[in-house]
Ligand binder design. Structure first.
Ligand SMILES: CC(=O)N[C@H]1[C@@H](OP(=O)(O)OP(=O)(O)OC[C@H]2O[C@@H](n3ccc(=O)[nH]c3=O)[C@H](O)[C@@H]2O)O[C@H](CO)[C@@H](O)[C@@H]1O[C@H](C)C(=O)N[C@@H](C)C(=O)N[C@@H](CCC(=O)O)C(=O)O
Ligand SMILES: Nc1ncnc2c1ncn2[C@@H]1O[C@H](COP(=O)(O)OP(=O)(O)OP(=O)(O)O)[C@@H](O)[C@H]1O
Length: 442
């Protein structure tokens, strides 16, 4: 028989706040659990919540599906509309694009999802107060959103899945009571992913966290989920199997529009989902971050902090592409002593890092499989540093300068920097809020 991935109907238990998700693959059963804060059972009884729970089961399934990546997905007890089926396929194809590219698996356009048809996908409206749930990732981006929402006076509550390290310390500094969710993955899945005969790889974590946020929005009363995804997140890494694959796919604008529509239908139009930082490049976000110093000692964008088992090293490892990229985009805008005190060392004055900066700026290799900005953006920031009093003599800046100029030419680099600092109108922020934020973030 053809191998299938089975997604069972999930269950929710208001008394314990636990949502249980069960999956089947190759004769094995896997269970993932979410533990939410104390819940009003009435809120959990709405058709909107039932629909969101089913869709969450679909999205969380990617972690288990990827062990074998079979072509057939079956969900015999989860009814899906045509739009929801397309959403599910998008999550399992494009959301796992990096996983397929790195494991050389041709799955694009070949996956099927067999599930009953839901003819009434647009659910009755749920009453949700005008409050924002703000996912906090512990890095610079969501903290810039904190600053913007505070400035324009939109009431928000911090939200995190499996909070740890910089997420907790940043939320403590924000000083508003958060909503925290504990997510427990099946330990057998993690064990198997290191065994022969099984695959491992990247999963679309923003899609996962967003579905969990949607459950909380309905249970705890928030009419909007405000992401902090930058415009650079829409750029892919490599073309594989005829498609552009993107490490940050579920942070892209395309995915944002798709999930926003699915969440809106599930709640009768009550729940909005948008990224407040979509108009901005990473460089622009870095420049906005410099306005506030209170998070300097507690935030980190280094993903080593966010492993399931936590991090026993420094806040910034200083070795990964994400550390290098964030250092690079802060350098043009932040006082040098402040930047050095955040990172604890000068990443641009160490030739061991030259190859990494070359990859980030398109002078070698490919864009790293990491949460980093656009190639041209990195090149433009490096160019700015070649003319910056504090940085033009840094070892890496000197080492790459000639190649940078030869590859791009000064006019292109200057234009790219100007483009980085020009805000885009291609976003999905409610217009009145967008206007207020634009007036503040000049
Ligand atoms: C923290 C991190 O970057 N983890 C990635 C890393 O996993 P690693 O083995 O080093 O550590 P763990 O995260 O603790 O994972 C242990 C195993 O569990 C599997 N797993 C984890 C989470 C999950 O939801 N499902 C899972 O199956 C994992 O595969 C390990 O076997 O490498 C993995 C393989 O490439 C990555 O998948 C891990 O990435 C995490 C899922 C993660 O949360 N990453 C975010 C920091 C991240 O990359 N965010 C992107 C946005 C991506 C998107 O489309 O939304 C970004 O900010 O750009
Ligand atoms: N554990 C988490 N729980 C809830 N939301 C999260 C979590 N991790 C990341 N997010 C959210 O997912 C989105 C993408 O995360 P990302 O890592 O890009 O942002 P960040 O941590 O704010 O900034 P940086 O890019 O500097 O790391 C952001 O909106 C972020 O707030």
């Amino acid at each position: 028989m053809t191998e299938q991935f089975l997604i069972e109907r999930p269950s929710f238990h208001p008394a314990t706040g636990q949502a249980i998700f069960t999956y089947g693959l190759g004769g094995k059963s896997f269970t993932e659990t979410l533990t939410l804060p104390e819940v009003d059972p009435e809120k959990a009884a709405s058709p909107a919540f039932a629909k969101l729970l089913d869709l969450t089961a679909i999205v969380l399934g990617v972690s288990y599906f990827k062990l074998r990546a079979p072509f057939e997905i079956v969900a015999p007890n989860i009814a899906l509309s045509e739009a929801e089926r397309a959403f599910a396929i998008d999550v399992y194809e494009n959301g796992l694009g990096e996983f397929y590219a790195r494991n050389n698996l041709a799955r694009f356009g070949k996956l099927t999802i067999s599930a009953p048809h839901d003819a009434e996908a647009i659910k009755p409206i749920v009453a949700l107060p005008d409050r924002a749930l703000l996912p906090i990732g512990g890095g610079k981006d969501s903290l810039v959103s904190v600053d913007l929402l505070t400035a324009v006076g939109l009431d928000f509550t911090p939200f995190a899945v499996n909070p740890k390290g910089p997420i907790i310390t940043s939320i403590d500094k924000i000083g508003t009571k958060p909503v925290y969710v504990t997510r427990t993955l099946d330990a057998e899945m993690i064990r198997l992913s290191k065994e022969p005969g099984y695959y491992n790889g990247h999963v679309p974590s923003t899609a996962i966290n967003s579905m969990i946020a949607a459950l909380c929005a309905v249970l705890f009363g928030f009419n909007q989920i405000v992401l902090s995804n930058e415009r650079s997140a829409s750029e892919g890494n490599v073309t594989f199997d005829g498609r552009e694959t993107n490490h940050q796919y579920s942070k892209s604008l395309g995915f944002e529009l798709l999930i926003a529509s699915i969440l809106s239908d599930a709640t009768g139009g009550a729940l909005k989902y948008y990224s407040l930082l979509r108009p901005y490049s990473e460089a622009r976000i870095a420049s906005l971050f410099t306005h506030e110093t209170k998070f300097d000692r507690v935030f980190s964008s280094c993903n080593r902090n966010f492993r399931l088992t936590g991090n026993d090293g420094p806040l910034w490892c200083g070795e990964c592409p994400k550390c290098h990229f964030v250092f690079l985009i802060f350098a043009p805008f932040m006082a040098k002593d402040r930047l050095l005190s955040i990172f604890g060392k000068d990443l641009l004055d160490n030739l061991d890092n030259e190859a990494s900066f070359r990859e980030l700026s398109g002078l070698a290799g490919q864009k790293p499989w990491e949460c980093v900005g656009e190639i041209l953006e990195a090149a433009a920031c490096l160019y700015t540093l070649t003319r910056h009093a504090d940085w033009h003599e840094a070892a890496v800046v000197r080492a790459v300068k000639a190649d940078l100029f030869a590859q791009y030419g000064e006019p292109k680099l200057q234009a790219a920097m100007a483009e980085c600092l020009t805000d885009s109108h291609d976003h999905h922020i409610p217009p009145a809020l967008a206007a207020k934020v634009a007036a503040y973030a000049v």
